[in-house]
Design a protein around this ligand. Sequence first.
Ligand code: PAF
Length: 281
Amino acid sequence: MRVIRNVKKMQAISRSLKRGGRSIGLVPTMGALHEGHVSLIRASVKDNDITIVSIFVNPIQFGPSEDFNQYPRPVSQDEALCRKAGVDFIFQPSASGMYPPGFKTYVDVRELGDVLCGAFRPGHFRGVTTIVAKLFNACSPDCAYFGQKDAQQAIILKRMAKDLNFPILIKVMPIVREKSGLALSSRNTYLSENSKRDALVLSGSLKLARELVRKGARSPALVIKRMGNMINSKKPAKIDYISIVDNEHLKPVKKIQGACLIAVAARFGKTRLIDNITVRP
Ligand code: PAF
């Protein structure tokens, strides 16, 4: 496994691999890797000749009062995990390599980035799409892997790849959960044992939603209300949103039918967590 820190070098390597007929899978990450990332890496290793994991804590996707500085950066642990999982290259560029002085170009997927998490994190998705476009240009992947936990991100990135004609297949892999039901996230390391227990209310509320839909509930307002009541019963939880939207345009549905994304975001102290399920009544 090689660690590449220079954008031009990564480009030269990926282009020469492509010329040699090798397929490339890219797993974009911000590091602090966990089993959720490992599931993406495994899928890439299985599907492709070469797997590149990018590790870059992207400053432009964090708001001014968000956790960019605190974001965990366990570099040697991440490297060991990648090596064990069969990664060929880690691409770990510097901030100045990705955003050289005078940087002025952003990728903005309109509308989709303004709702759900975007309404609470202005500019976040513009930061995500910009860095992912740059990672695509650096690594020339055939296929890129993202987690369903960031469902909105995955939908936006699929739109971006289509709109900008990136010849890249976007694969979205299922959420990996702890036995307790808590969705894995690098931000879970911020949670105390108590907050972790409280945070289970998110997956609990989604289970409740699934059960309500299974029993015939079709009104988004009713399901949202029942989920809200459950989450609010946990004192420290502060809901940002509970939304039931369609899977492509992220528009609130009037009736639960077809495939609907039920997404929730809440804060537990300073930690903001998200989770979601897709229901198909
Ligand atoms: O999901 C993430 O970890 C990040 O948003 C991504 C896609 C690596 C872009 O920085």
